[in-house]
Design a protein around this ligand. Structure first.
Ligand code: 13P
Length: 259
């Protein structure tokens, strides 16, 4: 089973999405490794596309930078053309795997039940799932944000033991903030994170919410990171576009100072 992931130091995870070849990924990871100072201020994870996992793993070896994947199939092996399993990700050196990203929920038809199966598969295979939750703009405008977040958290965590739940990370990613340049306000992010924690307390075990890392994702960049990390509720960030360039991503990492 995956090990628990603590709230501190903060975790900055770069979700490269469908960007970077194996060679480009290796170059970017190598640049980031070169920027690492001697003092570790935050934990860093890189989530390249599957074909770049191996070259990125080699580029960051010995640096303390973690490797993550962007998705997995719930089954460990079998006749699932095009899919990649948890044991394959562990074998290439992944510590993390993103599950339930909105681009898969809304762009590729993944429902809550499938996301729950993927989170369980990750735990089974020794990976730390980064469980993404978040409302669309129309859900927010209709006053449905809380319902959506509670539903998405329940779907994954109901039935999980406390030790399993402690081996996960949550990412609050409002869909309207992803790739749009619109960042959630500190108040919106704080409210959502607190609701996620309260739901975890109710669904799994009292006190769990306070011990789980909850990341924020959605248009985080080098310019807004310092202000975002002024908010104690943010245990890190899941960064898309701004993780594709070393200097900018590094500035985000540098802004994630310990609390
Ligand atoms: P952007 O940082 O490009 O908005 O993407 C966020 C995201 O989806 C990370 O998973």
């Amino acid at each position: 089973m995956a090990r628990p992931w603590p709230r501190q130091p903060r975790l900055i995870a770069g979700n490269w999405k469908m960007n970077k070849t194996a060679q480009e990924g290796s170059a970017l990871a190598g640049q980031l490794k070169g920027l690492l100072g001697t003092t570790r201020r935050c934990e860093i994870a890189l989530c390249p596309p599957y074909p770049a996992l191996e070259s990125v793993a080699a580029a960051v070896r010995g640096s303390g930078i973690h490797l993550g994947a962007q998705d997995l199939h719930p089954e460990p092996k079998g006749a699932f053309t095009g899919a990649v399993s948890g044991p394959m990700l562990s074998a290439v050196g992944c510590r993390f795997v993103i599950v339930g990203h909105s681009e898969r929920r809304h762009g590729m038809g993944e429902d809550d039940a499938l996301v729950a199966r993927k989170a369980r598969a990750a735990l089974r295979d020794g990976l730390t799932p980064i469980v993404c939750v978040g409302e669309t703009l129309s859900e927010r405008e209709a006053g449905g944000t809380a319902d959506v977040l509670v539903r998405q958290v329940r779907a994954v965590y109901e039935g999980l033991g406390e030790a399993e739940a402690r081996a996960t990370v949550v990412a609050y990613e409002p869909v309207w903030a992803i790739g749009t340049g619109k960042v959630a306000s500190l108040e919106q992010a704080r409210e959502a994170h607190q609701l996620v924690r309260a739901t975890l307390d109710r669904v799994v075990a009292p006190g769990l919410g306070q011990s789980l890392a909850v990341l924020y994702g959605g248009s985080v960049n080098a310019e807004n990171a310092a202000a975002l990390f002024g908010e104690a509720e943010l245990d890190g960030a899941l960064v898309g576009g701004a993780s594709l360039e070393a200097a900018g991503f590094w500035r985000i990492c540098a802004a994630a100072t310990p609390r």
